[in-house]
Design a binder for this molecule. Structure first.
Ligand code: ACO
Length: 325
């Protein structure tokens, strides 16, 4: 019996041109390249130019994904944009992307789940496509975290960067067996008791300011691997696949030590892990599609490969997605 699945038709990304190295940072806060690399694996990150907005990054990534899918914006009827750094309080950054693409049809909205945003967006879009309500969607993760960093706080400003990535997904009939392409399963979790461990100390309703990112790094670190392995185990249980079946593991790129610890605990071989945190830093909701594009562009990820995604972040929120490319 055939089943409807959300199949990836294309992938694109965009990084602002300015690169900020660890040595550059060491000129403004008391840190060293050695400390940052050893604790996080990060060597450099991209920073948006003055006046370059989250929607500008998202639009570039969306155009690249559409070009990769060989599709015109007229073929898209849904845009979901995951971000915690929108252009404005409202309207949604997604409608700026919609307008930038010249689309006057379909629906566009933002979704906010911090670093897990892209996985949350995938589950939402997968549900909407499989319901038959939409045919083809752009799922975008785009962030300008540089705008919410306290650049005098060395414990946070060294960790994050700006960027955007996008996928084009299409509802397609698949055979309903192990050869199925598309999203096979998604699992989301959150636990608001941890909301004070990674947050922004401003907001519309509380302070009427934008605020700065604050984090209890050790607390985040302490929970990360267990939460990540929890949702990946759920993905394996739901599908019957195991770590040995995975072709590529594309985790949220927050910290090399968290990624290595999760892969090790799950039994995923290091050569199957896609790493971009060294060059991108943590780009929050953008990090997974940026890493996907990296591995598609250099032809590591190919059609038919089994790809495992996961993320964990503020809230805490965490989630996984398993798909066949
Ligand atoms: N350079 C030099 N020294 C520093 C820096 C820095 N950039 N930052 C902190 N230190 C110092 C601290 O002040 C502390 O000094 P002290 O011992 O004199 O007090 C010392 O280094 C150790 O600090 P810790 O916070 O204990 O360092 P730790 O080994 O835990 O590493 C880190 C910190 C990298 C933040 C780690 O806790 C971590 O990776 N946590 C997870 C954070 C993360 O990934 N967040 C994002 C995930 S969720 C999301 O993506 C939004």
């Amino acid at each position: 019996m055939t089943v409807t699945r959300s199949v990836v038709l294309g992938c694109g990304s965009y990084l602002p041109s300015r690169i900020l190295s660890n040595d550059d940072l060491a000129r403004s806060v008391e840190t060293t390249d050695e400390w940052i690399v050893q604790r996080t694996g990060i060597r450099e990150r991209h920073i948006a130019a003055p006046g370059e907005l989250t929607s500008d990054l998202a639009l570039q990534a969306a155009r690249a994904a559409l070009a990769n899918a060989r599709l015109d914006p007229s073929a898209i009827d849904l845009i979901v944009l995951a971000t915690s750094t929108p252009d404005q309080t409202f309207p949604a950054t997604a409608v700026a992307v919609q307008a930038g693409l010249g689309m006057t049809h379909g629906a566009a909205f933002d979704l906010q789940a911090v670093c897990s945003g892209f996985i949350y967006a995938l589950q939402v879009v997968d549900g909407l496509l499989r319901s038959g309500a939409y045919k083809r969607a752009l799922v975008i993760g785009a962030e300008t975290f540089s705008r919410i960093l306290d650049w005098t706080d060395r414990t946070t400003c060294v960790l994050f960067g700006d960027g955007a990535g996008a996928l084009v997904l299409e509802a397609q009939q698949q055979p309903g067996d192990r050869s199925d392409r598309g999203i096979l399963t998604t699992h989301l979790r959150s636990d608001g008791r941890h909301r004070g461990k990674l947050y922004v100390d401003g907001g519309v309703s509380s302070t009427q300011t934008v605020g700065h990112l604050r984090m209890e790094g050790r607390e985040v670190f302490k929970h990360a691997v267990a939460m990540i392995t929890d949702v990946i185990d759920a993905a394996f249980k739901a599908t019957g696949y195991t770590a040995a079946d995975i072709d590529w593991f594309v985790p949220h790129q927050a910290n090399k030590r968290i990624i290595d610890g999760s892969a090790h605990k799950l039994g995923i071989a290091p050569e199957k892990v896609v790493i971009t945190v060294d060059r991108h830093g943590n780009t929050s909701a953008a990090s997974i599609p940026l890493a996907l594009f990296d591995a598609v562009a250099d032809r590591r990820i190919k059609r038919g490969h089994l790809v495992l995604l996961e993320a964990m972040g503020g809230g805490f929120t965490w989630g996984s997605a398993l798909l066949r490319w």
